[in-house]
Design a protein around this ligand. Sequence first.
Ligand code: 6LW
Length: 549
Amino acid sequence: SRSAADETSLETFRNPILPGFNPDPSIIRVKKDYFLTTSSFEYTPGAPIYHSTDLIQWTLIGHALTRKSQLDIKAPEPGGGVWACTLRYHDGWFYLTTCVWDRYRPQDSYERAWPQGFYVKTKDIWNSDSWSDPVYFDQPGFDQDLFWDDDGKVYLSTTHRKVDRDPDSKLKDQGVHICTIDLETGDSASQSTLVRESRVGDGVAEGSHIFKKGKYYYLFTAEGGTESGHSEFCFRSEKSPLGPWEACPHNPLVHNNTNDEVQNTGHCDFVEDVEGHWWAVCLAVRPLKTETGWTPSVFGRESFLVPVSWSDDEWPELNHGRPIALQTVAPARGIYMYDQPTKWSETFNSPKLQLGWYRKNTAVKPDSDCTLTARPGYLRLYGGPFRLNKPNSPTALFRKQLHRQGVWRAKLSFEPGSTNCEAGTAVYMDYFTWSSIGVRRASSGVRQVVLTLAEGEVVSADLKTDDAEIVLAIECQESMYRFGFEEAVKTDKNSTEGGFQWLGETSTETMTRYPPVGLPFTGMMFCLYSFGEMQRSPTPADFAFAEFM
Ligand code: 6LW
């Protein structure tokens, strides 16, 4: 293995490697291929699988949790659902561990409804349908990690409340617990023991990952909470994954402060590349600096990559001991400065949707409320009974916002069959915070475009026709979203009249406010939606395209 510190030749690449909400990255290498997964929370399919051959350019190739038998999310609070998957490869099999939260109460976190984690496995990571049904563990907790030791024993580590938590403690007392398991059944094969509790921040040690390098077992933990206290710790043991563990003398390995351009760094996983360089992936945020301070990032927590070097006494150092930044210096590997493509579009002309569309929760009737075949060239939504403001699954398709600036557009054909149904597009953080622009029918009978802002304000404009297609637009700027539309009224065969009209705007500060229940763990999504209020929409909504330009 080579050390990054030995390198004389360095180069710079851009972070994050996975923009848009992609926290809790977990990474593996299989021969020349790297695979990475991130948390998907209340969105399905769950557990995205990204692929890369250079660690810099990543492509979404599928998801591990695509079936109801694997993932059935009913009505989670914001930030519920799938947390912190670990991806591992052993003996020809890919394993993905995770847990699913339905409801929890951060205000009373000791009495949460604790999830029990599970793993799914496949031999063919390229085929999303090939992942197995879950094998559940008998241990409660979140942030599950699996480690295979040379003697064949398999270790499960996970975070949960201490068995003997001091009821007077102000700390959450949630620590990393480890036991051996029977991989076939998921049952524990030894008593689970606490191996790391933290005294940093709110007292949680989480995001554990274990691997062996040379003569040492290494244990990594994220501590200090996922916000400004977030940091990464390292321990090692010569004896066993059960300890005793010796703390790294330069803990925490990473910790950015609240004035850095990149913040809340932590929750690392590790990989050795084809040439023998080591790397860590971690989560971090890039908030927006304003005159009054920092505004949370619309992307939430994203995935970052940093070089790892090993000291002579075999402790890892992340990013040369420097705070993680947007420009990252690493050993030269001939990686060019890669810019994520900023333009994206979909015209709904092929029989399958592109990857990267999500439902919120596990949709109840996914095949009957959303179809590409009913009207060729259009995505047809038969609006279900729930608006975007319900914890339920609305009839809506979501995509992550990946770039701060650009315009999201969708072309809609919709003749509302009653006054309480609507179809359109929205920018969506969670079911409390979204702003939508859609087509409705007023009680007077006239068709309208209606802007509903997260602040509660509603603005409408009458349309000229009952049937012309409407282009709906959301312009994204650094600190605001602006909403507008154009009615494609045909005057003759080739031209339209009407012109584009802006209706209003909202700030990114409003769109990133803290949810009243649940946790702000996701990031901004665009969505195409259709609903009838507490009943199905009598007419379908047809989308001719969606794009970000
Ligand atoms: C993740 C855990 C965490 O599982 O946030 O605050 C969770 N801590 O490590 C969701 O990203």
